[in-house]
Design a binder for this molecule. Structure first.
Ligand SMILES: [Fe+2]
Length: 139
């Protein structure tokens, strides 16, 4: 699995949010490092995947807090997209704990699903609120 490299096109122009997106991808990269090089235990993998999921949930909470605070009109659609990810990742984290799964394969699936999802979401949805957030004083 290739490690993820940040690129300028993923910056939405709001420091706090850009920092969180980068941190999310750092966790994904950490998982790739650990699974490739270090022969981790199941528990270590579960913990890292939980860290990734929990960080995403924390980050969505921050965005949704601003939607509320600024009364952002496109919030419902955007929150639906977050909820899709929340549901998918919760299901994955349940499934990967089952006895008969191939942990390496599933870890790879979860990490690539998560990074693909986030990058598309940044470009398609997050960038839509940048100007509106700027108008409300968030830079
Ligand atoms: Fe978002």
């Amino acid at each position: 699995m290739e490690k993820f490299v940040w690129s300028e096109e993923y910056n939405i122009g709001i420091n706090e949010i850009d920092g969180q997106h980068k941190h999310f991808l750092e966790i994904a990269n950490k998982i790739i490092d650990v699974t490739i090089g270090q022969n981790p235990t199941k528990e270590q993998i579960f913990n890292l995947l939980e860290e990734l999921g929990n960080y995403a949930f924390y980050h969505f909470g921050i965005e949704e807090g601003y939607f509320d605070k600024f009364n952002y009109q496109e919030a419902p659609l955007h929150i639906d997209a977050h909820n899709n990810y929340r549901e998918t990742i919760r299901k994955y984290l349940e499934d990967i704990r089952k006895e008969d799964v191939d942990i390496n394969k599933m870890t790879e699936e979860i990490v690539s699903y998560s990074t693909d999802w986030l990058l598309k979401h940044i470009v398609v949805m997050d960038k839509k609120y940048t100007q509106y957030f700027h108008e409300h004083g968030l830079n």
